[in-house]
Design a protein around this ligand. Sequence first.
Ligand code: FES
Ligand code: FES
Length: 193
Amino acid sequence: MENTSTTTSKRVSILDQIPQSNAPSPSSVPSTSTIPVTLHINGTEYNLQIDPRVTLLDVLREYIGLTGTKKGCDHGQCGACTVLSDGYRINSCLTLAVSYDGEQITTIEGLAEGEDLHPVQEAFLHHDAFQCGYCTPGQIMSAVGLLLEGHAKTDADIREQMSGNICRCGAYANIFAAVRELCDGEDNSNANA
Ligand code: FES
Ligand code: FES
């Protein structure tokens, strides 16, 4: 699933992300210490120096620039921030980046192999499983995790195991159809969710 053929190394510092003109004066903010963390994201190694309180979601979006992972609620309730850690689904908004030091993280940007989309991405396109698309990266990552876990045997299983991903547009019927197709190889374009 992950493209490990283009492994490179980058060093990113939080301090590098703060525009000099907007940087607060040292006396106006509480002093914090940063620690070194190495994250492996989509086959790329990132050596970071970060505040240990920073979430994985904010590291992905704000410090590394992988904005495919969305921030919806920022409270673990919508699933927009879903990424995979060693193939398991996690809500990156509830995850401290330092706790994934050395772990393999996969985001929506890491699914496709060049121009070849992941089968879950193809299924979402095939079934029109999105409207505004804001929830879509999280829905797709959750579906990939569901398939890797291999526990979804029934329609009720799929609904239950995708229930942590909320779609404000109500695209559930087509999301369900896309995941259902991949679970059993059937085309369920007309399935009702
Ligand atoms: S942004 Fe993480 S669950 Fe909503
Ligand atoms: S497609 Fe708009 S929130 Fe799901």
